[in-house]
Ligand binder design. Structure first.
Ligand code: TYD
Length: 224
C-alpha cells in the first residue's frame, strides 16, 4: 500500500482516554503499520512534545501548578500546546506526515473542564487560542473501566515511581473522566471513535488500523 496522495497535508490523529488505557502502546503499533504503508510518522505527546512544552509538563505533573486551580492549569496546558503545535505539529502536517499525539485538547476538556469544573466557555476559548482552526482529523478514545486502567498504570509504574498529580486523584475522579471522554465522543461522533481498550492489545491495534485505513488510506479516501 502506498502513502495517501490526495493532498500534501498530513493528518492529525489523537489518542485519548483515562490512565493506563494503553495509548502509548497503541501509538507505537499504529506507527509501525503506517510506516509499513509508506507514511511518514511524527509520534508525540501532551503535555509536552517540544522542549519548552516538556518543561511545562514537568511543572504540571509535579503538582506545583495545582494551587493555580483547574483554569490556571488549563492555561498552562494551552501554553504548552501553542508551542507544541507551532514547533512540531504544524510543520509535520505541512510536510505531509501523520501526527500521532498521545492526548490533546480533549484531555483539557475532560480533566480541567468536566472534572476540574473550570468554566466550559473558558476551556473553549483557550482551545481556540491554542489551536485556531486546527482540529484532529481523528480522535481514538481508548475506553476501559477506571479501576482497570489505574491498576495497569500502577503495574507500569512499579514500586519505585510515584504517581503523578493526576494519577493521585481519587477513583471517583477517574470514573468521571471515563464518562467525560465518552460524552465528548458522542457529541463529536464524526471526529471521535471509541475503541474497547479491555480487549487484547493486538485486537485493539487491529480495530484502530481498520479505522485509520478506511478513513485515510483506502482508495476512496485518497481520491477525496
Ligand atoms: P501521562 O503520564 O502522559 O499520562 P497518561 O499515561 O495517562 O497519558 O501524563 C499526562 C497527564 O496530564 C494525565 O494525567 C492527563 C493530564 N492532562 C491534563 O490534565 N490536561 C491536558 O490537557 C493534558 C494534555 C493532560
Amino acid at each position: 500500500m502506498s502513502a495517501p496522495t490526495n493532498s500534501l497535508r498530513g493528518r492529525l490523529i489523537t489518542f485519548e482516554g483515562g490512565e493506563g488505557a494503553g495509548k502509548s502502546t497503541q501509538i507505537r503499533l499504529l506507527a509501525g503499520r503506517l510506516a509499513q504503508a509508506g507514511v511518514e510518522i511524527a509520534a508525540t505527546r501532551e503535555p509536552g512534545g517540544s522542549p519548552r512544552a516538556e518543561r511545562l509538563r514537568e511543572f504540571l505533573l509535579s503538582g506545583r501548578a495545582a494551587p493555580l486551580g483547574a483554569l490556571g492549569e488549563a492555561v498552562l496546558f494551552a501554553a504548552a500546546r501553542i508551542d507544541h503545535v507551532d514547533s512540531l505539529i504544524e510543520p509535520a502536517l505541512e510536510r505531509g506526515a501523520f501526527v500521532l499525539c498521545d492526548r490533546f485538547m480533549d484531555s483539557t476538556r475532560a480533566y480541567q473542564g468536566a472534572m476540574g469544573k473550570a468554566d466550559a466557555r473558558m476551556i473553549a476559548l483557550l482551545e481556540k487560542v491554542a489551536l485556531g482552526d486546527l482540529k484532529p482529523d481523528l480522535t481514538i478514545v481508548l475506553d476501559l473501566p477506571a479501576r482497570e486502567g489505574l491498576a495497569r498504570a500502577a503495574r507500569r509504574r512499579g514500586t519505585t515511581t510515584q504517581p503523578d498529580r493526576f494519577e493521585r486523584e481519587e477513583a471517583s475522579f477517574h470514573e468521571g473522566l471515563r464518562d467525560a471522554f465518552l460524552d465528548i465522543a458522542s457529541s463529536e461522533a464524526d471526529r471521535c471513535c471509541v475503541v474497547d481498550a479491555l480487549a487484547p492489545k493486538e485486537e485493539v491495534s487491529q480495530a484502530i488500523w481498520r479505522l485509520v485505513e478506511a478513513r485515510f488510506l483506502a482508495p476512496a479516501a485518497r481520491a477525496q
